[in-house]
Structure formats: C-alpha cells, structure tokens
Design a binder for this molecule. Structure first.
Ligand code: ATP
Ligand code: MG
Length: 503
C-alpha cells in the first residue's frame, strides 16, 4: 500500500498557470535577496556602531582610572543610600574631565557597589537603583566590554569592569540607546524601501510576463479555431495560420508558431489529397453506374424479348431468361441508387419546387397498400396541407424507402402509421410500425451504406442496404434531419424538413 496522498489544499505546481509560476520564480528569489541584504546591513551597522561605542568606552575607562588614581584622591565611602543621589555618593570617575552625558561610573568593593552614578542631560549625577547596581556588581573585572540591559530610563548599556589602581573594581559604561535608534531607523527604512521595490518589481514582472506570453495566447487561439473547424469530411478550407509576427524562430513562442503553421500546411495538404481521392472515387462510381445503365437496359430488353417468344423456347431456358430479367432489373435499381448517392455526395443541385407533403403521403401510402396488402397502413395527417421546398421525386423516394422497409422487414399484419405535422417552420414526417424492431447491433449504423440486418435473408429478398442511406442523403441535401428509435414493438423513423408552411 502506498502512503496517503499529499496534502490537497495546495494547488499542484503543474496546475498553476505559466504566468503564476514565472511570477513566483521571479519574486521569491528577490524577497530572499532583499532579506539577506537587509539582515547583513543591519548586522554590520550594529557591529560598527558597537565598535565605536567600545572605543569611546575605552577612553571613558582610561579617564576614570586616571582620575581615581590621582594622588591624594580618596573616594569617599558611600553613605547609606538615601535615594537623593547627592554628590557625596558620586563615584569619582564621573568628575573626570571629558566624561559626557550618559556616562556611567561605579565602584565595586568586595562584590558590593559602594558608589555609582550616571551623568544626566544637564550634567547632574543620577544615582542608580539597587537593582541596577546589582547588575554592575555582578560583572567580571576582565576589561572586556559587555552589553547589559539596566532597565528603567537607562535601557541597554555597554559596560566594562576593570580593577582600579587601588584594587577596587571600577565599572564604566556608555548608553546604547543611540545605537539601537540608528539600527531601528535602518530597519524601518529598509522595510519601506524593500516593500516598495518589491511591489514595483512584481508589477514590472507581471507586465513583462503578460507581454511576453501574449504571442502564446495568439498561437493557442489559432490552434483553438482550427480545432473547431469541421475537418472530418467534404471540401475543407484550412485558411487559419499563426500570424507572421508570432513565427519568429529566434523566440520560443515563434518556434511553436512556426511548427503549428508547418503542421497546418501538412494537414491542409492531406485534406486536399483526401478530398481529391474522394472526388475521384465518387466520379468513378457515378461514371461506372452511368455506363452500366445502357448494357443493363439491353440485357433486360433481350431477356424480355426471349420471354415473350414463348413458342420454341424450352421451359428451362424460359425460366433462366426470367431470372436474367429480374436480376438485371434489380441491378438497374442498384445502379440508379449508386448514381443518386454519388450525385448527392457531389452536392449536385436538387430541383427545388413547392412539394405538398400531404398529397405525397397519401399517394405513397396508397402505393404501399397495393404493394403490401397484408400490412395495415394508417395515415395521420393535419387538417391543412403541409408544403416544403424540395425535390418531389427524391422526397417521394424517402417515404417510399421507409414504407418499403416496413413491408420487407416486418411480418404480415404489422401496422404502419405515417404521420405528418408542421412544427415551428419544420415539417415532421414520421413512419412508425409495431414490428419486431431493428436488430440492436445494427441500430447505430442503420443509415450507413450497405448496412443490412440479417444479410443472407435480406439478400435473397433483394435487399441491398442502400435504402436508408439514400433517405439520409436526400434529407441532408434538403437541410433536414432523420432519426430512428427502435425497440421490439415500436420502430419510428422521424424526418424533419425545414421551411415548412401550412396552406
Ligand atoms: N421498419 C423496420 N423494421 C425493422 N428493421 C428495419 C426497418 N427498417 C430498416 N430495418 C433494418 O435496417 C436495415 C437497413 O435498411 P435499408 O433500407 O437501408 O436496407 P434494406 O432495406 O436492407 O435494403 P434496400 O432498402 O436497399 O433494399 C434493413 O436491412 C433492416 O434490417
Ligand atoms: Mg430498405
């Protein structure tokens, strides 16, 4: 068993658009670089400023040590802390010349702060709280500067503890508030400038990506238009091409455009070749059918002649001649049907006149009734005649073929109802029978040429499988449609013809 699928909340990378992926690929490294530059500049500024403070702190320490080491100078002992910070408790180092505002000096004796102070804004001495003194007394007197947070108004301090000439520990310090302010300002400036630069770069990237990929959209649009063309059959005009400005082979999109155009050239060539060969075959069938008409008529004529001369013709020869005549007749019909299909395929114009479908139904059903008296022929007609523009002979053939099918493919006693009605400008002609239905495997192919049910039985009955193909071709040539629904007990062929009117 494989593990559970990866989290589905995230869109898989491959499903994001190329635009999004390019934008991410551009913006993410930019953010990383800006972040690294920011961190590096803040770190280096901070260490530079600390270095400067340390240098100044060295000077402060020197001054304090020198001051407290002056001969005769004895630091007064620290009186009990009264919290007023009077001058008596002030460490001597604060008085040294050159000590500036914020300078901190303290003396630690035996781990206890004996006196301490910070130079205030006006040069006054501010005493430290005991918590702050505790921090100072905890420092190691190794002469190494350390950073400590003294809290209160003082904040972070850079402190150094060293041993004074008299053996006491002398602590000196300088405030780091200036350093912190400078670092904070730099961070703020970097954030604002960085975000603005990022927004500007992302905007520029979006514009550049959109502009760069626009030719790809045009190539895709060309491919889409081609995919919507009906290329399956008939004379195909494949005029779609990628515009020349998108076929520059020096660009990637141009290579796609060039390849697509080359492919379209090939497809157009193949389609033209297919169309030409189809036309040739159609022409051949039409010519062959046409050429067969005359000899077939002669064969029928001679056979009939022999049949009529009953005297002197042996009975078996007479029988053979009748067979020759009927097969020649069947062959003539087949040739006529092939010729008609070839002409319809070639888009040969049908004659167009007003055809009264109501009269056509009445006539054709009467013919069927005569030809198949063992079937029950019903008609269902509208009150007023339905008229369509079309070829009367061909439309007659459509209905005759449908009725002939009922006659030859359903048992005696089957009822066939021919219905006609006009619906929103369409004439709907329907032939419904209650016979056994079209075999299931044949249904999807029933309008194809030479598609027949039980082949052997049909062939003996003189069936060729062209009847419904002709129905389909004639109806299509009239701009109409034909559909079939079939199940045992109900088979319905529905023909729809456009531009119908009731008169
Ligand atoms: N009303 C129907 N009931 C049952 N089967 C049908 C019906 N109409 C058509 N079929 C089936 O569809 C097949 C194709 O019909 P189509 O009219 O194209 O050819 P055909 O009748 O066999 O030959 P042709 O009409 O050329 O003499 C038939 O062979 C038959 O099996
Ligand atoms: Mg038929």
């Amino acid at each position: 068993m494989s593990g559970p699928p990866a989290a589905t909340s995230q869109v898989p990378r491959s499903r994001r658009s190329l635009r999004t992926r390019l934008l991410v690929a551009f913006v993410v490294p930019l953010v990383v670089v800006l972040g690294l530059v920011g961190v590096a500049s803040v770190t280096s500024l901070r260490s530079e400023l600390l270095g400067q403070v340390d240098t100044r702190l060295d000077a402060v320490s020197d001054r304090s040590r020198d001051y407290s080491a002056q001969p005769g100078e004895v630091l007064p002992p620290r009186p009990p802390d009264d919290g007023n910070g009077d001058a008596d408790s002030e460490p001597g180092g604060l008085g040294a010349r050159g000590q500036g505002e914020g300078t901190l000096v303290a003396t630690v004796v035996d781990g206890t702060c004996t006196n301490s102070g910070v130079i205030g804004a006006k040069g006054e001495t501010v005493t430290l709280t005991s918590a702050q003194e505790d921090v100072l007394s905890g420092l190691t007197p190794d002469g190494e500067p350390v950073t400590e947070d003294l809290g209160g108004d003082l904040g972070e301090y850079r402190l150094v503890a060293g041993t004074a000439p008299n053996g006491d520990v002398l602590v000196n310090g300088l405030p780091l508030s200036g350093t912190a302010d400078a670092v904070r300002r730099l961070v703020a400036v970097e954030l604002v400038v960085g975000l603005l630069a990022l927004a500007a770069a992302a905007l520029a990237a979006v514009l550049v990506i959109r502009r760069t990929l626009r030719p790809l959209d045009r190539v895709a649009a060309t491919a889409t238009r081609v995919s919507e063309l009906p290329l399956a059959s008939g004379e195909v005009q494949l005029a779609e091409r990628v515009p020349p400005e998108d076929t520059d082979p020096r660009t990637e999109v141009g290579q796609v455009g060039t390849a697509l155009n080359r492919m379209l050239d090939h497809v157009e060539g193949s389609l033209a070749a297919r169309q030409e060969s189809e036309t040739q075959v159609r022409q051949f069938v039409a010519d062959a059918s046409h050429e067969l008409r005359t000899p077939l008529a002669s064969i029928r004529g001679y056979a009939e002649l022999v049949r009529r001369q009953r005297a002197g013709v042996p009975s078996d020869v007479g029988h053979a001649m009748r067979r020759v005549e009927s097969e020649a007749l069947r062959m003539s019909e087949l040739v006529e049907e092939l010729l008609l299909l070839a002409r319809l395929d070639a888009g040969r114009e049908l004659t167009t006149e007003e055809v009264d479908l109501t009269a056509l139904v009445v006539d054709t059903v009467s013919d069927a009734h005569v030809a198949g008296p063992t079937h029950d022929w019903q008609v269902d007609l509208p009150d007023s005649p339905v008229v369509v523009p079309g070829d009367p002979a061909r439309l007659h053939q459509v209905l005759a073929n449908l009725l002939a099918n009922v006659r030859s493919h359903t048992p005696d006693g089957t009822t066939a109802t021919t219905r006609l009605r006009a619906e929103a400008g369409w004439a709907v002609l329907q032939v419904v029978d209650d016979g056994p239905g079209i075999p299931e495997g044949l249904r999807p192919h029933v309008f194809e040429r030479f598609a027949r049910g039980d082949a052997s039985r049909s062939r003996t009955a003189g069936s060729t499988g062209l009847g419904l193909a002709i129905v389909h071709a004639v109806v299509a040539a009239h701009g109409g449609t034909v559909e079939v629904t079939s199940e045992p007990g109900r088979t319905a062929f529905t023909v729809r013809l456009p531009h119908a009117s009731e008169v």
